[in-house]
Design a protein around this ligand. Structure first.
Ligand code: PEP
Ligand code: MN
Length: 389
């Protein structure tokens, strides 16, 4: 425990205490069936190409941190109905088909800003997501356990079974639901890289992996994974990204300039979103086709006086406006929204009709999510921006 608290981990990786169990788990993970097959990944390219051509829009949403305990039909179906309902509404608003993407079936590892936190006057390691340790605030529960990677694999498999059966049941009305998550946990993700009959490597843990802001660097191992795999990939970007860095990312992650291969998910915050334009210009100068998405959640997170996370819908709307105008005025592809949102009637984000109490904020797992009404407000806002153009 002591070493775990003191050692600085690299690239957000957990320190596993038991190396023997770690190597056994990795062997098992490598030999488990692939969760996603290469054909599906190819299909997704086709859809993303449509988005690039302005013929469809993306709705990507889900929890900040998925929970293994929610990998059951009841919870998963609720999430799927929500994703489909919101996609349906976005299509009705925009007049375009919607590509539905969940932060689902694999969003089990979280990057953290701190290594430890104080709970009841004792210092304990932070929670790093269900694939690494347990949320319960005790030193024992917060120990990193490699076996949890197996639990998260099976939870993802169960969730995917539900997605397939949902799609079969509603095949007349439901387009595909694609999966995505942050490719963060190296021991897990590298075990899920598979090779197709043509010798191409692909990541079989998800259709569409992204790398988060804390691991976005030309030399990060997460960037190296994205470089090696044939999936479409995405990178979160913020105001710390320079024009020369984003141009280098284009060359590194989409050297063949394939439409749909590379997406940038802007999460600048409403105060900084005006800086996006110079990055779009830098990408255009490389002639790399990219999709631009807007994550108005992560750059608009503040702390309340008691230290809880606070997100305001007004800030999100301001960021979406700034995003949309800068992307469209440059004739670049405004591909859609990336949200943390839930079908549950939660009060986690602030807006005119919802004022979470400190107690409610304190109960939030990881980051505040939008509820249905708040999600709909953002979708309508997107439509109004589209109309203004
Ligand atoms: C997230 O998407 O939950 C996340 C941690 O995002 P970011 O890397 O943009 O902070
Ligand atoms: Mn989050």
């Amino acid at each position: 425990m002591k070493t775990e608290l003191r050692n600085k981990t690299k690239w957000q990786q957990p320190l596993w205490q038991d190396k023997l169990i770690l190597s056994q788990v990795k062997k098992e993970l490598i030999n488990l069936p692939e969760l996603i097959n290469f054909e599906e990944i190819k299909d997704l390219y086709q859809k993303l190409e449509d988005v690039y051509a302005g013929k469809a829009v993306i709705f990507q949403a889900g929890d900040c941190a998925e929970r293994i305990s929610e990998a059951n039909p009841l919870h998963v179906r609720k999430k799927l109905s929500f994703l489909k309902q919101m996609s349906f509404e976005l299509s009705a608003l925009t007049g375009l088909p919607t590509l539905t993407v969940g932060r689902i079936a694999g969003q089990y590892a979280k990057p953290r800003s701190q290594h430890s936190e104080i709970h009841n006057n004792i210092e304990i390691p932070v929670w790093r997501g269900d694939s690494i340790n347990q949320l319960e605030a005790t030193p024992e529960a917060r120990c990193n356990d490699p076996k949890r990677m197996l639990l998260s694999y099976h939870a993802a498999a169960e969730t995917l079974r539900e997605i397939k059966s949902y799609q079969l049941n509603y095949s007349e009305v439901v387009q595909s639901i694609w999966t995505s998550h942050e490719a963060l946990l190296l021991d897990y993700e590298t075990s899920q890289i598979r090779i197709n009959s043509q010798g191409s490597k692909y990541l079989a843990s998800t259709h569409w992996p992204w790398i988060g802001i804390r691991t976005l660097a030309p030399d990060s191992p997460q960037t190296a994974i994205l470089e090696r795999i044939a999936n479409p990939v995405a990178c979160k970007i913020d105001a710390s990204v320079t024009p020369s860095f984003i141009a280098a990312l284009c060359r590194q992650l989409n050297p063949q300039r394939i439409p749909g291969r590379l997406t940038f998910i802007a999460r600048f915050g409403h105060m900084h979103i005006h800086q996006l334009g110079s990055l779009i210009d830098a990408v255009e100068a490389t002639a790399t086709p990219v999709l631009w998405m807007c994550d108005p959640m992560h750059g608009n997170t503040y702390k309340t006086l008691t230290g809880n996370k606070r997100r305001d819908l007004s800030h999100m709307m301001a960021e979406v406006s700034g995003f949309y105008k800068q992307v469209r005025s440059r004739n670049a592809c405004a591909a859609g929204l990336h949200l943390e949102a839930t079908p549950h009637p939660v009060v986690e984000c602030f807006c005119a009709n919802y004022h979470p109490t400190e107690h409610q904020l304190n109960q939030i797992v990881c980051d505040p999510r939008l509820n249905v009404v708040q999600t709909q407000i953002l979708l309508t806002h997107w439509k109004e921006l589209q109309d203004d153009f």
